[in-house]
Design a protein around this ligand. Structure first.
Ligand SMILES: *Cc1c(COP(=O)(O)O)cnc(C)c1O
Length: 363
């Protein structure tokens, strides 16, 4: 067996320890004589899995008691509709558009009410985070929406926007559990887990209780109503049980690593290795404003599309996989989520140095 360093933006690398544990439990989970995949979601064994997962997530993020944790399906993209359907009481919301995911979310919300784009970085291909200290927040906005870490472009809000008292809603898909977070600053935090937590198929919603009501938009499907899932402890229907089980294992792994403060330190150390190299390279350069750089997704280019393609191909042959940038931007992108070991980033930088030497004539 030969594991590669997988720099995919998602689904993405998982801790090897977690995969090994899951493999060992595959045929007989804790003496039940069956796999978690084969188990009733109403069984006591599964109830313990989901309860433990929720408690570990609450511990990691210090989630206050007046927030519910929901394990849902439909990916982050389904939340683009669920959020307005549940939260648009005045049918008005303010969106800050810092990339494709926030743009898609805003476009979906437009189906349900009035959407004001109060800030955007589209003018410079989303290579920065706009100043959000004094935005024209709408008086009747039901919420202000951000995508906190822009997976495709590699930017991150290092400071949350001033919402002037309005509820903040954040898509944290690609920075989930990468650093400590003050949950009380948000009304709703959500993310697909396939970037930084677990396998595709689970989306986690952390929502303040007062936002969970029966007062949803007419026609909201039962399955898209937060109250449905909150009242049923995420077991209204069959949940993505195996995915939740793996997420639970990752939460325990994160606790063992020292929690989110330790992860932040680790992630900063990893990202610094790559950014420091990019900042002095004659061949490669980072594509975003330094102050807005993401710790998770690092896009870079050579400036020559053929050379980029050559790099991606040779990197793959060297065991460094999935470095091609998103199809909408080209170039390269290294996603260095929680589970990417520091050795992976070191191997990438060593390879980039070698490639730079071999291809200097191009510069
Ligand atoms: C990947 C991603 C999405 C889309 O997730 P799906 O689960 O595929 O719907 C949304 N937002 C962000 C920030 C992402 O990185």
């Amino acid at each position: 067996m030969n594991r590669v360093y997988n720099f995919s933006a998602g689904p993405a690398v998982l801790p090897e320890e977690v995969l090994r544990e899951a493999a060992a439990e595959m045929l007989d989970y804790e003496g039940t004589g069956m796999s978690v995949m084969e188990m009733s979601h109403r069984s006591s064994a599964f109830q313990k899995i989901i309860d433990t997962a929720e408690q570990d997530l609450r511990d990691l993020m210090a989630i206050p008691d007046n927030y519910k944790v929901l394990f849902l399906q439909g990916g982050a993209s389904q939340q683009f509709a669920a959020i307005p359907m549940n939260l648009m009481k005045n049918k008005v919301a303010d969106y800050i558009v810092t990339g494709q995911w926030a743009k898609k979310a805003s476009q979906e919300a437009m189906k349900y009410g009035k959407v004001n784009i109060v800030a955007s970085s589209a003018d410079q291909t989303f290579s920065y985070i706009p100043d959000c200290s004094d935005l024209p927040i709408s008086e009747d906005a039901d919420y202000v929406y951000i995508c906190e870490n822009n997976t495709i472009y590699g930017t991150k809000f290092h400071e949350l926007p001033n919402t002037k008292g309005k509820t903040l809603v954040a898509d944290v898909s690609s920075c989930f559990l990468s650093e400590p977070v003050d949950v009380t600053k948000y009304g709703l935090i959500y993310g697909g887990v396939q970037k930084n937590i677990g396998p595709a198929g689970v989306v986690i919603v952390i929502i303040r209780e007062d936002l969970i009501t029966d007062d949803v938009l007419d026609g909201t499907p039962t399955m898209l109503k937060y109250k449905t899932h909150a009242d049923a402890g995420s077991l209204y229907n069959t949940p993505p049980a195996y995915g939740i089980y793996i997420c639970g294992k990752v939460f325990q792994w994160l606790k063992k690593q020292g929690g989110l403060a330790a992860m932040k330190e680790h992630n900063e150390k990893k990202a610094k290795i790559l950014y420091d190299y990019l900042d002095q390279s004659r061949l490669f350069k980072g594509t975003v404003e330094k102050k807005d750089r993401s710790l998770m997704n690092v896009p870079f280019v050579t400036g020559d599309a053929d050379l980029d393609a050559k790099f991606v191909k040779e990197a793959k042959a060297a065991g460094l996989e999935n470095l091609k940038g998103h199809r909408s931007v080209g170039g390269m992108r290294a996603s260095i989520y929680n589970a990417m070991p520091i050795e992976g980033v070191e191997a990438l930088v060593a390879f980039m140095k070698k490639f730079e030497e071999e291809n200097e004539l191009h510069v």
